[in-house]
Write a protein that binds this ligand. Structure first.
Ligand SMILES: Cc1cc2nc3c(=O)[nH]c(=O)nc-3n(C[C@H](O)[C@H](O)[C@H](O)COP(=O)(O)O)c2cc1C
Length: 198
C-alpha cells in the first residue's frame, strides 16, 4: 500500500511510512507505551527552550475519554470511536525567562508545539501505532469542560490507536483509507529567491 509513497531523495523510510488511517482496532494502549510517545515530544526544540507544549490524554473506556470524545465533530466521532487514546494538545502562549519576573510572549508557541507533535507521531509510528490529528472539535466546549486557562492555545486532538479494519467506516471514508500523496519537493523549496507558483 505504501508503494504510492516513494521518496525522491534518500531518507529514512519511517518518514513516508507514517500515515494517518481512520480504521482502528480498539486495542487498549498501556500507559508506558503512551508515555514513551510524550517522551519523544519532550526532546523537540523550541524558542527559548520554553517547551510550550502541553498534552492532556484520555484512555478509551474512562470518564476522561467521554469528556474529550463528545467534543469531536460527528464526522470525526465516526472513526475516532475505535481508537485507544485521545490527546488534547495545548500550547502555552507566554514564558517567564529564567531570572526574570515578567512573562514574555512566545510568538512560536504553535510552531514549537507542532514540532513536538511530529516527534510524538513519529515515535508512535516507529512502535507500530498510528495517529490522526483532529482539528474538527468544539474548541469552546473543550476549554470550558476541561477548564483550560486563556493563556493556553488549543491546538489539535490527536487520536492514537492500532490500525484495524475499515469495514465499520462509511463507504466514503473506506474509499479514502489509504496513504495520501505529497507535492514534489521542487514545489516548496527554492534556492535564494521566492519562486513559488502558489
Ligand atoms: C492540524 C490538523 C488538523 C487535522 N484535522 C483533521 C480532522 O479534523 N479530521 C480528520 O479526519 N483528519 C484531520 N487531520 C488529518 C489530515 O487530514 C492528514 O494528516 C493529512 O491528510 C495527511 O495525511 P497523512 O497524515 O496520512 O500523511 C488533521 C491534520 C492536522 C495536521
Amino acid at each position: 500500500m505504501l508503494s504510492v509513497r516513494q521518496a525522491d531523495h534518500e531518507i529514512n523510510p519511517f518518514f513516508p511510512e507514517r500515515w494517518s488511517p481512520r480504521g482502528y482496532k480498539q486495542t487498549p494502549i498501556d500507559r508506558d507505551t503512551l508515555w514513551s510517545f510524550f517522551e519523544a515530544a519532550r526532546w523537540s526544540p523550541s524558542a527559548y527552550n520554553a517547551q510550550p507544549w502541553r498534552f492532556i490524554y484520555a484512555l478509551k473506556g474512562t470518564a476522561h475519554w467521554e469528556s474529550l470524545f463528545k467534543t469531536l465533530s460527528p464526522d470525526n466521532q465516526l472513526w475516532a470511536a475505535h481508537t485507544s487514546a485521545l490527546v488534547l494538545v495545548l500550547s502555552k502562549k507566554t514564558f517567564t525567562p529564567p531570572g526574570k519576573d515578567r512573562a514574555v510572549d512566545i510568538p512560536s508557541h504553535s510552531f514549537d508545539t507542532g514540532a513536538a507533535c511530529a516527534h510524538l507521531t513519529l515515535q508512535a509510528s516507529l512502535k507500530g501505532w498510528h495517529t490522526r490529528a483532529i482539528g474538527g472539535y468544539d474548541h469552546s466546549l473543550v476549554r470550558d469542560s476541561l477548564h483550560i486557562p486563556e493563556d493556553y492555545h488549543l491546538e489539535v486532538i490527536i487520536a492514537i490507536g492500532q490500525q484495524g479494519s475499515k469495514d465499520h467506516l462509511p463507504e466514503s471514508l473506506q474509499a479514502r483509507e489509504q496513504p495520501t500523496l505529497r507535492r514534489s519537493t521542487v514545489t516548496f523549496v527554492a534556492e535564494g529567491a521566492f519562486s513559488f507558483k502558489e
